[in-house]
Design a protein around this ligand. Structure first.
Ligand code: SF4
Ligand code: SF4
Length: 424
């Protein structure tokens, strides 16, 4: 561990974070062990270090240091370099912030929330996985974790427009809806961008992209760099206010949705001046209004619930509503919905190179789930899940098909694309 590590800064940050409800969580664990079998990393590896309760230790130690009866005598346990060295992998590589442990915990402990907060203490100490921190820095300095600057955005959008013969409004002066993008989609899954454009145009939605605020992902939030997390929310908000958008739509990305929908106002320091919808919620709204006309598909399909959209996002039913009457051979996994297993790459874990082997192990659970359904293809509504699953599929030479819910729907539009209209 580098000599630049600031132990006191980490200790101070832990103590500050433990002043509120997190301290109660850290002290509430009754060590029943029920969370172990809920965590894909523990189940896939059998390694007791990956038990969710173990990820409470850093915060619990900080609380004890503050609250022990003899703390004022300096007898409380001190944070050490060894502690931090051991905890970094626990708090970054082996927690996707999926929240599955919390639904089985009898004390209702928000372990993902504690892990997320604990990452801030690591950043304060000058620690954390370099590649994840670099992604956050890229987002602040270049506009996106993958280095998609506004000019790269414009070039990419021009290319997608030509390639897919679809209208994609960029920097319209006024629009009711601001669509944001994940740079993972822009650079690796451009079909997903074209699919969203086709669907919104088909339904006659008044929408735009904005070069002022286009990146939906929030790697500042994932890395524990809250100043960067705030910048990302400010950019989207400035873009939405500039065009007068009442709605910001998050693309197929789970953590992007969670960061803006549930933490956006706190990061911004005021209520968000727009509603936040995930693209599946937006499409479900259009379908309910009779604005999405689809041809059914008979392909055998199962759906992977992204943790931040279903379990932690509350939009579990929207994907099913979209598939209902459309995918005539839809097969649910078991467990599914709010209890579905994580892909293994959420919470920034996808961006941590050294965590690849752990991700591959976790994906074995998913392969087994899909095979039991007999479905030929697993679709999802998160490009980060998709990237994780594509890489794991390649690693295991798995034969199962993978795809995107939005792309599947766009491929089955019943009517030709309409020109963008002015009404929402
Ligand atoms: S939030 Fe998910 S990955 Fe993290 S400890 Fe809980 S079950 Fe495991
Ligand atoms: S289930 Fe909850 S109370 Fe039980 S060990 Fe895990 S975190 Fe602690």
């Amino acid at each position: 561990m580098s000599s630049d590590v600031d132990i006191n800064a980490a200790a101070g940050k832990f103590l500050k974070l433990a002043e509120g409800h997190l301290a109660a969580y850290a002290e509430a664990c009754v060590k029943c062990g029920q969370c172990a079998d809920a965590c894909h990393f523990y189940v896939a590896s059998g390694d007791p270090r990956y038990t969710p309760a173990y990820k409470l230790f850093p915060m619990a130690k900080a609380v004890r240091r503050q609250k022990w009866p003899l703390a004022w005598l300096g007898l409380a346990p001190r944070l050490t370099r060894d502690d931090l060295a051991q905890w970094e992998e626990l708090l970054f590589d082996s927690c996707t912030l999926c929240g599955r442990c919390t639904i089985v915990c009898p004390m209702g402990i928000d372990i993902a929330g504690i892990v997320s907060a604990s990452r801030q203490a690591f950043v304060a100490a000058g620690l954390g996985p370099k590649d994840l921190l670099q992604a956050a820095d890229n987002a602040r300095d270049k506009g996106s974790p993958l280095g998609v600057t506004p000019s790269v955005l414009a070039e990419r959008i021009d290319w997608i427009k030509d390639e897919h013969e679809v209208e994609i409004p960029l920097d319209k002066a006024k629009a009711g809806i601001l669509l944001t993008l994940s740079s993972v989609e822009l650079m690796k899954y451009p079909d997903s961008v074209a699919a969203m454009a086709k669907l919104l145009n088909h339904a006659g939605v008044d929408w735009t992209l904005s070069s002022k605020g286009y990146e939906a992902t929030n790697f500042g939030y994932l890395a524990g760099e809250m100043d960067i997390a705030k910048v990302m929310v400010e950019r989207i908000t400035a873009a939405a206010e500039a065009v007068g958008a009442a709605t910001v739509v998050i693309p197929e990305c789970g953590h992007a949705y969670g960061a803006l929908r549930w933490s956006g106002a706190n990061l911004l320091g005021r209520p968000l001046p727009y509603e936040v919808l995930h693209i599946t919620e937006m499409l479900a709204r259009l379908k309910r209004a009779g604005r999405l006309k689809l041809r059914p598909t008979e392909a055998s399909i199962t759906y992977h619930d992204p943790c931040q959209i279903s379990r932690r996002g509350g939009a579990t039913a929207e994907a099913r509503f979209l598939l209902d009457g459309f995918a005539t051979d839809f097969r649910e996994m078991s467990p599914t919905g709010n209890y579905n297993w994580c892909c293994g790459g959420g919470g920034g874990v996808q961006a941590i190179g050294r965590a690849a082997e752990l991700r591959y192990q976790a994906f074995k659970i998913k392969m087994d789930q899909v095979e039991k359904t007999g479905a030929k293809t697993m679709i999802s509504a998160c490009s980060n899940c998709r990237l994780t699953m594509d890489e794991s599929k390649e690693h295991w030479k798995w034969q199962g098909g993978l795809g995107s819910l939005v792309e599947l729907i766009a491929d089955h539009l019943a009517e030709p694309e309409a020109k963008p209209a002015q009404a929402r």
